[in-house]
Design a protein around this ligand. Structure first.
Ligand code: CAA
Ligand code: NAD
Length: 281
């Protein structure tokens, strides 16, 4: 059981051994936070030189973390860094790196074909229970997952840069992802002390909850208020007038007036000033 983890909260695969493929900006950061929260991490890249750099990056970032976290206990900070780094082993051999893995997080180059080739290989090498996740910024998780025979155990785990600082993780399911896999990925993100939001398919905002939309924009884009909270703050009647005043493009549905906004305004739910809008006050 992972240290500091309330097992009662977990119904699904408890993730202890994590393999991270790609030790660049994102992979090193993900390895750092996973190792800092007691996971046993194997970090994979194409050469030992790159992996040495990844470990240097992790040590550098940990120094910044402990400078604040252990401000008056520098020795405890040094001890913490040592322990975290011990939780990370490195490898250039994908085959052995996934053999006892509960979760593989891929953070390699943003190229569909290369990601598909990697996952199709991993699919044959990893144990059946192993969950696969991609940190892709822009590619379709379904397209990447289609290279494997474990589409039910495949999802997106989208971290933000710099990983040690950014609280948001988008957990992305495809139509084929099982609920157990999604729950495991959500639990894993929480164990990393991140704030996960669920996305059915990325950018499909109509599938996200209003709370998740606001959390994503606050923690992922650094906005002090989420867009819906901000709309309530401005006043939904005002927002509606602004939309009405926009130049319309008849071919783009994004310029249409919003049925939901019209309904809320008609019901007198204008935001903070009336005590209710998207949210209740
Ligand atoms: N590791 C550990 N600690 C770090 C760190 C890191 N990599 N970066 C910053 N910190 C901490 C340190 O405590 C640092 O203090 P020290 O300099 O004394 O070590 C403190 O944060 C302040 O850092 P900085 O003075 O360097 O600068 P800052 O106050 O601007 O904070 C930042 C840095 C958190 C990165 C901030 O600039 C920020 O939030 N930037 C926006 C990042 C963002 O929006 N990321 C999302 C990118 S989009 C994405 O990731 C998705 C995609 O798919 C492309
Ligand atoms: P990066 O270039 O810093 O790191 C990629 C690493 O993957 C490199 O070290 C490279 O040697 C390694 N690599 C490439 N092919 C490999 C393979 N077949 N096997 C093993 N290792 C391999 O890139 P990054 O910024 O860390 O981005 C990685 C992924 O994360 C991309 O999919 C990107 O879209 C996504 N992402 C990036 C950011 C960001 O802000 N940089 C944020 C969120 C998500």
């Amino acid at each position: 059981v992972v240290r500091g983890f309330s097992s009662s909260a977990v119904r699904n695969v408890v993730i202890k051994n994590v393999t991270i493929i790609g030790g660049g900006q994102m992979g090193a950061g993900i390895a750092q936070v996973a190792a800092s929260t007691g996971h046993s991490v194997t970090l994979v890249d194409t050469s030992d030189d790159i992996l040495k750099k990844s470990i240097k990056t992790i040590e550098g970032s940990l120094k910044r973390v402990v400078k604040k976290k252990f401000a008056d206990k520098p020795e405890a900070g040094e001890e913490f860094i040592k322990k975290v780094v011990q939780n990370v082993s490195t490898s250039t051999d994908v085959e052995s790196a996934v053999q006892s893995s509960d979760l593989v997080v891929e953070a390699i180059v943003e190229n569909l074909k290369i990601k598909q080739d990697l996952f199709s290989r991993l699919d044959k090498l990893a144990p059946p229970h192993t969950i696969f996740a991609s940190n892709t910024s822009s590619l379709s998780i379904s397209d990447i997952a289609s290279s494997t025979s474990r589409q039910d155990r495949f999802g997106g785990l989208h971290f933000f840069n710099p990983v040690p600082m950014m609280k948001l993780v988008e957990v992305i399911g495809t139509p084929a992802t099982s609920q157990e896999t999604l729950d495991s990925l959500l639990n894993f993100s929480k164990v990393l002390r991140k704030t996960p939001v669920s996305c059915k398919v990325r950018l499909y905002v109509s599938d996200a909850s209003k709370e998740d939309i606001d959390i994503a924009m606050k923690l992922g884009a650094g906005h002090p208020m989420g867009p819906l909270e901000l709309a309530d703050y401005i006043g939904l009647d005002i927002i509606n007038s602004v939309i009405e005043g926009e130049t319309k493009d008849p071919n783009n549905p994004l310029f249409n007036s919003s049925d939901l906004l019209n309904k809320l305004v008609a019901e007198g739910k204008l935001g903070r000033k009336t005590g209710e809008g998207f949210f209740k006050y």
